[in-house]
Design a protein around this ligand. Structure first.
Ligand code: I6G
Length: 683
C-alpha cells in the first residue's frame, strides 16, 4: 500500500515536473524564435530539454506527441501522402516595377474610395517554400506543402523537426482550429554551413538557400530534415475557427503571441508613398538580412477590406509582391584564375563576361575548389548561371551544357602558387589545394605571423592582430624572422605604441627565443600540424635537420609518428620541400631561437647566449633542477655543483641555504628565475 502510494506520488510529481518543463521550454522557444530575445543561455535551455528527456525515459507513459522532445525520430516514409487544403493556397500577384505597384494601389483606391489613406502591411518576401501548419486545440496536427494550391504533400513529421514551428501553442485563447501559413526557409549562414559540410564530404551542394530549404523539407526521412538548419516564418492563415483580429497586422501579432514566428520586419505603411519608402528601405538592407528575400509583400491591412476586394482564381486582389531584381543571371566564363587565401587555400575563380546581378556588376565568381569545378563540369567558354546573394561572394551555380561551344577548355589546377611560386599540393582525399610556401608566401604572411606569435606557439606577448597588420602593411615584417630584427625605435613610431610598450614588446620577443622544439614546430603553421602533432614530431625527430630530411611523405609514415596519417605527412613533406620555408627557418634559428634537449638547434657553442658562463643551481625552482640545468647547457652555460670563484651566477630558488650564503660572501651575483630571463633578454 505504502509502496503503491509512493509510486503514485512519484508519478504525479514526475507528471507535474514534465508539464512545468514543457511550459518553460515553450516559453523559451517563444523568447528565442518569436521575440529574438532569449532570456537564458543555450546551455541552460539544453539542460531543461535534457531533464525532460530523462524524466520521459523514466516515465514513458508521460510522453505526449507535442512534447519538445518529440521533434525527431519519426520513421522514414516511402512517399508523402496528399493533403487537400480546406482553404486553397493561392499565390501572389507580382509587381515587377514601380509602375506595377502604382497600378495595384490605383485599383485598391478605386475599390475602396472612402479609405484615405489606404493602410498596408509590408513585410519581406522570403525565398523559401510555402507551407500550411494546422493546429487543433493548440496542438500541431498537420503540415503540408503548397503543392498545386489545392492539394499539397503531407510533411508533418518533417515540419515537427523545425524548432521554430511550435508543437503546442502557448497561452489558452487560440482558436480551436488554426491553420497558419508561411515560409520554410534557410538563413544564408545555415546554407553556407550545410554546403561547406557537403563539400567536405565530397557530396553535392545546393545551388541556393531556397533549394536547400525545399530539398530539406521534402525528405522522406525526417531525421535528415532534423539535421538541416530550417526555420519557419508565418505570413498569414488558412482555415481559422474564430478570427482573433480585424486587421492583418493585429492578426499576425496575435499569432506571434501564441508562439508562431512572424517577420521582425512587419510594418504598417500609409498609401503608395509608404509602400515605396518601405520597398527602398528593405532594398538597401537586403544584403545585410540573414536570409534571402526576393521582394516585399504589401497587403491591405483591414480584413473587412480584404474580404470586399476578394480574389481572382490565382491570387488575392488585396496583396502584391513588389519584386527585387533577380539575383541569378547568365554569363560566359572567359577564363579561370586562382586566388590564394590567407591559409594557403588555392581557390579557382571564374573570370566572367561582366553581368549585372541584382543591380551590381559581377565579373568574378568563386568555383570553391577543383572538386566543385569537376562536379559542375565548368569549362572556359561555358555559359554559366551566376548567383549573388547577401554579402556572399558571387558563385557559379551551374553550366548550361546546351550552350557549350566546341572549343570549351577544361580548368587545370596550377602546379605552382600564383603568388609565391611554391608548389601547390592537393593531399589525397582533400578537396582543397594549397600553396606550400606557408612561411614565405605573401598571401599567407599576416596569418603566418599571427599564428607564429600566438600564445600556444611562440607566445610573443603584446604582438596582437592589429600590430601584425601594421607591421606587415608598413613592410617592416615579411616573415617571422623579421620580428626579431625590429627595434624599439621602429616600434615606438607605430600607432597606439608608446615607448614603454615598444620596450615591452622587444623584451617579449627576446623571451620568446627560449622555447621548446614542439612549440617551434607548431609555430611554423604547417597545415594539419596542431599542438599534439607538433609534440609527437618533437619527440620523434632529433631536430630541424632531421625533420627537414623527411621530405617524402613515405619517410614520414615510416617513422610512425602518432597522429600523422598520409594527409598530414603530405602537408609536412610539402612544407619542408620548399627551399623558401627551409630558408625562413634558418633565419629564425639565426635570430637566436633556442630550446633545450637533444633536438636543440645547433648554433656554434661560442654563439650561444650563455657561452662561457658558469652557473650553480640551488633551492626550489619552477621545474626540476636537471631540466633547468640541461636548458642552461643548451644555452651554452657550464653548470657545476659547488660555488667557487669561477662561478659567474648562482640561480637560486626558494629555500636556498648554504650555497646562497657562500655566493653572497664571495660577491657572486645571485639570480632568481625572473632575473635569469632578464639576463637572457640582454645577454
Ligand atoms: O507566397 C507568399 C509569400 C508571402 C504569400 C504571402 C506572403 O506574405 C508575406 N501572402 C499571401 C496572402 C499569399 N502568399 C497567398
Amino acid at each position: 500500500m505504502g509502496e503503491g502510494r509512493g509510486a503514485l506520488s512519484d508519478h504525479d510529481a514526475a507528471r507535474e515536473r514534465a508539464g512545468h518543463l514543457r511550459a518553460l521550454i515553450r516559453h523559451h522557444n517563444y523568447r528565442y524564435y518569436v521575440l529574438d530575445d532569449p532570456e537564458i543561455p543555450d546551455a541552460e535551455y539544453d539542460r531543461l530539454v535534457a531533464e525532460l528527456r530523462v524524466l520521459e525515459a523514466r516515465h514513458p507513459e508521460l510522453v505526449t506527441p507535442d512534447s519538445p522532445t518529440q521533434r525527431v525520430g519519426a520513421a522514414p516514409v516511402a512517399a508523402f501522402s496528399q493533403v487537400r487544403h480546406r482553404v486553397p493556397m493561392i499565390s501572389l500577384d507580382n509587381a515587377m516595377s514601380d509602375h506595377d505597384l502604382a497600378e495595384f494601389h490605383r485599383r485598391i483606391v478605386a475599390a475602396l474610395p472612402n479609405r484615405d489613406p489606404i493602410v498596408y502591411t509590408g513585410e519581406p518576401k522570403l525565398d523559401g517554400l510555402a507551407v500550411s501548419v494546422r493546429y487543433e486545440a493548440g496542438v500541431l496536427v498537420q503540415a503540408a506543402t503548397r503543392g498545386d494550391g489545392s492539394t499539397g504533400e503531407d510533411v508533418t513529421s518533417n515540419a515537427r523537426t523545425i524548432h521554430s514551428v511550435p508543437l503546442h501553442l502557448i497561452g489558452d485563447d487560440w482558436p480551436a482550429v488554426l491553420e497558419v501559413r508561411g515560409e520554410v526557409y534557410m538563413t544564408q549562414r545555415g546554407f553556407e554551413h550545410l554546403n561547406e559540410a557537403a563539400r567536405h564530404r565530397g557530396e553535392r551542394t545546393f545551388a541556393n538557400p531556397r533549394n536547400a530549404a525545399a530539398g530539406s523539407l521534402r525528405q522522406l526521412d525526417p531525421r535528415v530534415t532534423a539535421a538541416r538548419p530550417l526555420r519557419f516564418c508565418c505570413y498569414g492563415w488558412g482555415e481559422i475557427s474564430t478570427a482573433p483580429g480585424d486587421s492583418q497586422y493585429r492578426m499576425l501579432r496575435r499569432l506571434a503571441g501564441w508562439g508562431i514566428p512572424i517577420s521582425k520586419e512587419l510594418r504598417r505603411v500609409n498609401g503608395l508613398a509608404g509602400c515605396r519608402d518601405y520597398f527602398e528601405e528593405l532594398g538597401r538592407r537586403r544584403d545585410s538580412l540573414e536570409y534571402d528575400i526576393d521582394g516585399v509583400v504589401f497587403k491591405v491591412d483591414q480584413i473587412a477590406d480584404q474580404a470586399s476586394l476578394g480574389a481572382t482564381s490565382h491570387h488575392p486582389r488585396w496583396a502584391i509582391a513588389r519584386k527585387f531584381p533577380a539575383q541569378e543571371e547568365l554569363t560566359v566564363v572567359e577564363s579561370v584564375g586562382f586566388q590564394v587565401g590567407r591559409t594557403g587555400a588555392v581557390t579557382p575563380v571564374a573570370r566572367l563576361k561582366p553581368v549585372q546581378v541584382g543591380g551590381v556588376t559581377v565579373a568574378n565568381a568563386t568555383l570553391h575548389n577543383m572538386d566543385e569545378v569537376k562536379r559542375k563540369d565548368v569549362r572556359i567558354g561555358d555559359t554559366v548561371s551566376i548567383r549573388r546573394a547577401g554579402d556572399v561572394i558571387p558563385e557559379v551555380v551551374g553550366v548550361l551544357l546546351e550552350r557549350r561551344p566546341p572549343d570549351a577548355r577544361p580548368v587545370e589546377l596550377p602546379s605552382h602558387c600564383p603568388v609565391c611560386g611554391s608548389d601547390v599540393i592537393r593531399p589525397p582525399g582533400e578537396a582543397v589545394a594549397r600553396c606550400t610556401g606557408g612561411l614565405y608566401c605573401p598571401a599567407q604572411r599576416k596569418q603566418a605571423i599571427r599564428h607564429f606569435a600566438s600564445r600556444r606557439a611562440m607566445d610573443i606577448e603584446g604582438l596582437g592582430d592589429k600590430l601584425v597588420e601594421q607591421l606587415v602593411d608598413l613592410g617592416l615584417v615579411r616573415e617571422p624572422a623579421d620580428l626579431y630584427r625590429l627595434t624599439a625605435e621602429q616600434l615606438a613610431g607605430l600607432e597606439r605604441m608608446g615607448e614603454k610598450s615598444a620596450a615591452n614588446l622587444i623584451a617579449a620577443l627576446e623571451r620568446s627565443k627560449s622555447t621548446t622544439f614542439a612549440r617551434f614546430i607548431y609555430a611554423l603553421g604547417i597545415r594539419g600540424v596542431g599542438e599534439t602533432t607538433a609534440r609527437a614530431l618533437a619527440e620523434e625527430f632529433a631536430g630541424i635537420p632531421d625533420l627537414e630530411q623527411a621530405r617524402e611523405p613515405e619517410r614520414f609514415q615510416e617513422r610512425g609518428v602518432e597522429g600523422v596519417g598520409p594527409v598530414i605527412a603530405a602537408q609536412i613533406a610539402g612544407f619542408f620541400a620548399q627551399a623558401h620555408n627551409r630558408e625562413a627557418i634558418g633565419r629564425l634559428l639565426g635570430a637566436g631561437i633556442q630550446w633545450p634537449g637533444p633536438s636543440a638547434p645547433t648554433l656554434a657553442r661560442e654563439d650561444r647566449p650563455l657561452a662561457g658562463k658558469t652557473f650553480v643551481i640551488t633551492g626550489i625552482l619552477s621545474r626540476p633542477r636537471e631540466e633547468i640545468a640541461t636548458w642552461l647547457q643548451e644555452l651554452g652555460a657550464r653548470v657545476t655543483s659547488g660555488i667557487s670563484k669561477k662561478t659567474d651566477y648562482l640561480l637560486a630558488g626558494e629555500a636556498a641555504g648554504s650555497k646562497l650564503e657562500k655566493a653572497q660572501s664571495l660577491g657572486i651575483p645571485t639570480l632568481d628565475e625572473k632575473g635569469l630571463r632578464t639576463l637572457l633578454d640582454r645577454p
